[in-house]
Design a protein around this ligand. Sequence first.
Ligand code: GNR
Ligand code: NI
Length: 166
Amino acid sequence: MVLDILEYPDSRLRKVASPVAAVTADVRKLVADLAETMYSAPGVGLAATQVNVHKRVLVIDVSEARNELRVFINPEIVAAEGEAECEEGCLSVPGYYDKVIRAAKITVRAQNEHAEVFELSTDGMLAVCIQHEMDHLIGKVFVDYLSPLKRARLRARLRKKQRLAG
Ligand code: GNR
Ligand code: NI
């Protein structure tokens, strides 16, 4: 089922997600819906927070063919090193793109949809995406990293968009 995606500055994007106690059928249904919503958007990742479900679950597919779904339940970053800048966008901030500096290499520990614990060390787009999605789970959006001036301009642009829509 394709779910609605919350848009900044919706206050529900600020909620902190709770850990998943057990990977039940409900959680697997959430994973399937997140994947369907991500592919339909289309986006390279989606966190449960963005569909107003406040559980520590996210999905990512950075493959060109869109056939390498990665599921992260209760993700934790266990190591991070270096810095890298990447132009980011977000399905919750449609039409806005800007550079963000994050860790260049990370090791993340999580569970998959079968409740199996795995550890992944990665860099590049996948590392960026994991950090971007994990921020959503703690109520953080990539525009929080922008300068106050840039954020003020973005807010003005969004108010104008809302006025035109309203
Ligand atoms: O689709 C998305 N593209 C993207 C591009 C650069 C850095 C991060 C991302 S994640 C984003 C989907 C999204 O909003 N996930 O939360
Ligand atoms: Ni996002």
